[in-house]
Write a protein that binds this ligand. Structure first.
Ligand code: SAH
Ligand code: TYD
Length: 407
């Protein structure tokens, strides 16, 4: 029996996605032998409602000096983080003498650059050395360490309490979440706020976006499970605001218990979660059936296109694509290559299935007949950029929420 990382009762596994490589482990041919694989499986805790991975990959295998995810590859995400920073400044920092803002998983400085440029005292905590260096070059103060309770104590001793503690797409990455929350409770000023966002469980279930399941995503949060977790650390979820980014996310605002009035949005969202069945095992069993059906439809479609002699590629070498490609066993025989914008990924091969990753600028050299859109959460941005592909008859294949050829 696997124990729940949050409440220590047992987890009920509901989906196994087979042997998986590291989602961001793009590699070169001399690394194919010896590539690391683990069993990717996910379960539900019926006591605290936390959905979580059953097995975990060592953090040093995922976050290091060759980390392949650079936040600033999307113009849309850059705009999102600018708006996020502006809102935080107006709501929580205005009128404060010398406020201090800390961010966990600050990556290339996509959020904190707006604090740095505004002359606001800040600190990024980012263990992946290469992306942290990009942030430093933008003038963002960054330390390359893993955040936990011990580090929080050192930060408070050196910088004083944090008025604002930010996280985006990182809390769900951390199996030792109790240590992180205890650290934040220690670091946060009495009237401080923890504001963070992560992919939302409700969207994953509703959209069958099983590609959110991979090594880095140790947890799949809901407001209900978040409430259970933070209350053990003297904290309270005081607001919950849905966000459209990353295929559907939730922004949680958390404060010390009793410090702030709780928004009605928290209660309303918990009611929605009950209506959606996020507190019931059957919901997850139904999700598994939807995932299996999605795999069948996608592999059938790609098989038919191959038989017809159509040319098919992938678009966006996302972490999410690693789950889809390996779970559906889609290799270079079905997709000749994947186009992407990230310099560190270009010229490498995808984890596990070893499909070559090419520069997106070469996409227009010879348009394929079809392109599977793995960066489906950036659809608008990509369709705008690739208008010519569609104009000359090329078609995108999308698999969220259902497998289809877009016209
Ligand atoms: N916040 C950015 C980056 C998300 S990727 C965005 O939303 O685009 C997750 C980041 O968290 C990675 O850069 C990874 O190196 C970092 N990370 C992982 N574990 C961490 C920890 N314990 N403390 C701080 N950062 C961590
Ligand atoms: P994202 O959904 O953030 O990836 P992940 O699943 O890893 O969280 O998408 C980022 C990836 O998509 C990155 O590899 C770059 C690629 N991408 C493009 O190739 N073109 C684009 O226009 C955009 C926005 C992203």
């Amino acid at each position: 029996m696997t124990k729940c990382l949050i409440c220590k009762t047992s987890i009920e596994p509901f989906l196994s996605l087979r042997k998986m490589p590291i989602a961001n482990g793009f590699l070169h041919p001399d690394q194919f032998t010896g590539e690391y694989f683990y069993d990717l499986a996910i379960g539900f805790c019926s006591t605290c409602y936390m959905v979580q991975l059953i097995n975990h990959v060592d953090r040093e295998k995922m976050f290091h000096d060759q980390y392949a995810f650079f936040s600033s590859t999307s113009a849309h995400m850059a705009a999102h983080f600018k708006a996020f920073a502006d809102e935080m400044k107006t709501r929580y920092l205005k009128g404060k003498a010398d406020p201090f803002v800390a961010e966990i998983g600050s990556n290339d400085g996509i959020f904190l650059q707006h604090m740095s440029h505004g002359g606001i005292r800040h600190l990024g905590i980012e263990p992946s050395g290469n992306v942290a260096q990009v942030a430093r070059e933008k003038g963002v103060h960054t330390i390359s360490e893993f955040f936990d309770e011990q580090l929080a104590k050192k930060i408070r001793a050196k910088h004083g309490p944090a008025d604002l503690f930010i996280g985006a797409n990182v809390m769900c990455h951390i199996p030792y979440l109790h240590s992180v929350m205890a650290g934040i409770a220690h670091l946060l000023a009495e009237d401080g706020r923890l504001v963070f966002e992560d992919p939302y469980l409700g969207d994953i279930i509703e959209k069958t976006s099983y590609d959110q399941i991979y090594d880095e995503h140790a947890f799949y949060f809901s407001v209900s499970s978040m409430e259970y977790l933070v209350e053990q650390h003297g904290l309270r979820v005081v607001d919950a605001q849905p966000q459209s980014v990353h295929g559907g996310s939730m922004r949680y605002t958390i404060a010390h218990k009793g410090a702030v009035r709780v928004s009605d949005r928290v209660k309303n969202q918990k009611k929605k979660e009950k209506d959606l069945g996020l507190n019931r095992k059957e919901t997850y069993n139904r999700f598994r059936r939807h995932v299996e059906a999605s795999r069948e439809r996608l592999t059938d479609l790609l098989g038919q296109l191959k038989q017809k002699g159509a040319s098919v590629v992938g678009y966006g070498a996302t972490s999410k694509s690693t789950t889809v490609l390996n779970y559906c066993r889609i290799g270079p025989d079905l997709l000749s290559c994947i186009y992407d914008t990230t310099p560190i990924k270009i010229g490498t091969y995808t984890p596990g299935m070893h499909i070559p990753v090419r520069d997106y600028k070469e996409f227009s050299d010879k348009y394929p007949d079809y392109a599977v859109l793995f960066a489906w959460n950036h659809k608008e941005e990509i369709l705008k950029k690739e208008k010519q592909f569609s104009r000359q008859g090329g078609k995108f294949i999308v698999y969220i929420s259902r497998v289809r050829v877009e016209n």
